[in-house]
Design a protein around this ligand. Structure first.
Ligand SMILES: Cc1ncc(COP(=O)(O)O)c(C=O)c1O
Length: 370
């Protein structure tokens, strides 16, 4: 990434464009087109809606946390009618409730179902395979739009197999890049919806993007240096192997949860089937401000933990364990938290870090002598 900026109309660009678009397809597990915007994830979310829907269309949004709420606001501002499925911010989208809602919609008024795969505000991962089965069981034709911002390249994700119509992602999480790239992976069905979608669009228009991507270019100035970085990130992921990358995230997440339990604190995610492998959120004890604890840890150790968002402000600390992260980095992070709990006088049990280390490297059984 750290190289001179090139002219984005240079003849070398098409080779780079082709390489990264192909590589992204392997990461999304998508055989259809992927588009790359010079945007954050929110831009890519807007792109997913304006390219597939028309004013007044009804969309179903599962309330899983702060980021699902952002989707709801976005859809409302775009002139869509939102059916909100309430949630307690500790569970993922319910396949049972999805099937019930879709069966009840016999006139097929609902045009899209929107799910945040990994709710970054709570550390809960919705079970997309089951949600897709629920949609198929209901025989409902709604599009499935999925926010994979904090799951892509860190939690198992299967765009084609789960028949996702638009997957939305960004560069700054599992892809290990700085912020600045937004992605849409697109199904055949979403392409068909695109041809009749009437929401206004210009910057986000897929067709303008396809026309230029076909010859290796972009309809406007791409984030050239981030494209170089993306090529490198894809090489790094393929060198480790995506299945190994996912296993590494699972292991680190299990260790982070072991630490939280070892401190005697409560994990936000209620259902072990929905534990997130990219981040873990935990509550501080009643009466102890989570942001004060975070501030102590930042000041003493320069360790930046995620804040509680909206409804969870002051109550929750979020440990991000995704992307370029190894055992020692996670162990260091957990030590920083344990030290911080002591320094801030937050009641907790000893032994969180020890429990995490046991998860990462179980002690060998002593060899029998004699
Ligand atoms: C699940 C999820 N969705 C959407 C977003 C918004 O993405 P961005 O901040 O890149 O616009 C985020 C950001 O953290 C996220 O975690």
């Amino acid at each position: 990434m750290d190289r001179p900026v090139i002219d984005h109309r240079r003849p070398e660009l098409p080779a780079l464009t082709a390489e990264i678009l192909e590589g992204l397809g392997r990461i999304f597990k998508a055989s259809g087109p992927v588009v790359i915007y010079p945007s954050s994830g929110t831009g890519a979310a807007e792109a997913a809606l304006v390219n597939t829907l028309s004013p007044g269309d009804r969309v179903l949004v599962f309330e899983t946390g702060h980021f699902s709420h952002i989707w709801r606001t976005l859809a409302e501002r775009m002139g869509l009618a939102v059916d909100d499925v309430p949630g307690n911010w500790r569970r993922g989208a319910s396949p049972v409730e999805l099937e019930r809602r879709l069966r009840a919609d016999s006139g097929h008024a609902i045009k899209a179902v929107i799910v945040v795969h990994n709710e970054t505000s709570t550390g809960v991962t919705s079970r997309l395979g089951e949600l897709r089965r629920a949609m198929n069981a209901a025989g409902h034709p709604a599009l499935l739009i999925v926010d994979a911002v904090s799951s892509l390249a860190s939690i198992d994700y299967r765009h084609d197999e789960w028949e996702v119509d638009v997957t939305v992602a960004g560069s700054q999480k599992g892809l290990m890049l700085p912020p600045g790239l937004g992605f849409n992976a697109i199904s055949e069905k979403a392409l068909a919806a695109n041809s009749s979608a009437r929401l206004p669009r210009n910057y986000w228009d897929w067709q303008d993007m396809f026309k230029q991507n076909r010859i290796g270019f972009f309809p406007y100035t791409p984030a050239t240096n981030l494209l170089f970085a993306l090529r490198e990130a894809l090489l790094i992921l393929e060198e480790e192997g995506l299945p190994n990358v996912l296993r590494r995230h699972d292991r680190l997440a299990a260790a982070a949860r072991a630490a939280v339990r070892g401190w005697g604190l409560e994990i936000v995610c209620e259902d072990p089937l929905e534990y997130s492998s990219s981040m873990t959120a935990f509550y501080t004890p009643e009466g102890y401000d989570a942001d004060k604890l975070r501030a102590v840890i930042l000041e003493h150790f320069d360790l930046s933990l995620g804040t509680g968002l909206s409804k969870l402000a002051g109550r929750v600390v979020r440990i991000g364990h995704l992307g370029s992260l190894n055992d020692l980095m996670l162990a260091g992070t957990l030590c920083g938290i344990e030290l911080g709990l002591r320094l801030a006088g937050v009641p907790h049990k000893d032994g969180g870090v020890a429990a995490a280390l046991e998860t990462l490297a179980p002690a060998a059984q002593p060899a029998k002598v004699g």
